[in-house]
Design a protein around this ligand. Structure first.
Ligand SMILES: *[C@@H]1O[C@H](CO)[C@@H](O)[C@H](O)[C@H]1NC(C)=O
Length: 421
């Protein structure tokens, strides 16, 4: 049977309009170029999303997957989906939802197997719960809706010393596997990755100029093509590049132990929160805790590690050896970039038109301890901003209100002096 020519023409034009709809950037012309600064989970995820949306992407970072550095906390992180926030604005809630849904998909599909995302039950215990939590129960916890199998634990289910507890189904991520997966996605989608250190103390525009010079070779074949946008996802260094005084580290120590816990668990005591999060597929569980806002100290505090180990023995007895001890593999300190007024995901215009023309910069930093799951929603927002779809009303980034965190989760660092990073 022969198909009339005009049907083929019609079919092709339908396909073309669908393609244009999903790739509004430019399906038939040269893709717009974006330089992403930062190779932590936020920068990598942003690069993947931009490539999938049809942009050309060159990523530049001082640290890349596999590196161990105080200021590259993605690599050593214990990553899970959990909320530190008693209330969230519309945009933040969207990020939580998008992260949860994305990991639901990734925990199931074979094609995502190497990314190391697994679905597990989570148990959260408060020793001295805030009164509104005890009175309000699930209505005082915004995240009780939307996650699977959420319930308040019955008093007979609580370990001794615990006044309130919840359980729900969530996800744990094998951080190094996840970073490797994102990196391979970037390369498979045609993006480039370059290791380089950019100047961050000479102002935003000097840093961006240096970034552009670095990839000049790659642009040589398409010299006339301007850089459409830059993304600042440099974690702690984003603060310096953007001269943002509201960014502080949240310091936490982590201990990698042998064996995979069967669940994700945390407990909030008078000193703060400590937790156990398995890295499924690696035979490792990451213990950590006592998140300190504004502490830059790179040295492990042995006293805090003793507290973490002692507390976690009760949380995950399944990982103890015959002598009732954990087998310790590694110990780390990490500084997570935390912004007091909430993460910053917004466009900034560049002033030097002679240098940058119409290029813009989109900031994507300050996600604190939630960087892994928030990277999903925050990166989609970067794409929406660059596509020109996002409205100003959904952004929390211009807010001057301090981000609310559950009482007792974070503690103030012993000193707030910024050391050399
Ligand atoms: C950093 O932490 C270590 C270990 O707890 C401690 O000995 C040292 O005094 C701290 N440094 C500063 C500058 O507080």
């Amino acid at each position: 049977m022969s198909v009339p020519k005009r049907w083929i023409g019609l079919a092709l034009s339908i396909v073309a309009s669908i393609a244009m709809y999903y790739h509004p950037v430019s399906w038939f012309s040269v893709p717009k170029r974006v330089i992403v600064l930062g190779g932590g989970v936020v920068g990598l995820q942003t690069a993947v999303d931009l490539l999938e949306a049809g942009y050309a992407v060159n990523l530049i970072s001082k640290d890349l997957p596999g590196d161990i550095d105080l200021n590259y906390p993605s690599q050593q992180a214990a990553a899970t989906w959990a909320s530190d926030e008693p209330v969230v604005d519309v945009e933040t809630k969207r990020w939580y939802e998008e992260g949860y849904k994305q990991w639901e998909v990734m925990s199931q599909g074979d094609e995502f197997h190497s990314a190391g995302v697994a679905k597990r039950p989570c148990f959260r215990y408060w020793e001295n719960p805030p009164e509104n939590l005890v009175k309000g129960g699930s209505s005082a916890l915004w995240h009780s809706e939307g996650v699977s199998s959420f319930r308040i634990l019955k008093s007979e289910e609580l370990p001794s010393g615990v006044g309130f507890g919840t359980t729900f189904t969530t996800f744990c991520v094998n951080a190094p596997a996840y970073l490797d997966y994102l990196q391979s996605r970037i390369l498979a989608l045609g993006g480039t990755i370059k290791r380089a250190t950019l100047p961050v103390d000479k102002g935003l525009e000097e840093g961006l100029k240096a970034a552009r010079l670095l990839i000049a070779d790659e642009l040589a074949g398409s010299k006339d093509q301007p850089v459409y946008a830059y993304v600042n996802a440099m974690g702690m260094n984003a603060m310096r590049l953007a001269d943002d005084k509201t960014l502080f580290p949240i310091r936490s120590q982590s201990i990698h132990i042998k064996g995979e816990a069967h669940k994700i668990a945390d407990r909030i005591d008078a000193n703060g929160i400590y937790y156990a999060i398995p890295r499924v597929g690696e035979g490792v569980t990451v213990l950590g805790g006592f998140m300190e806002v504004g502490n830059w100290n790179a040295t492990i505090n042995p006293e805090l590690n003793r507290k973490i180990l002692k507390g976690c023995k009760q949380l995950i007895p399944e990982c103890l050896d015959d002598n009732g001890e954990f087998t310790i593999l590694k110990e780390y300190v990490g500084l997570r970039p935390h912004r007091k007024v909430g993460p910053r995901v917004e466009i900034e215009q560049l002033k030097d038109k002679a240098e940058f023309g119409e290029s813009i910069v989109v900031h994507n930093y300050g996600h604190g301890p939630g960087g892994f799951f928030k990277s999903v929603g925050a990166s989609r927002k970067v794409v929406r901003l660059l596509n020109g779809f996002a409205s100003d009303t959904e952004t929390p980034s211009s807010s001057s209100k301090e981000q609310e965190v559950f009482e007792g989760f974070y503690r103030q660092g012993d000193h707030s002096k910024e050391e050399d990073v």
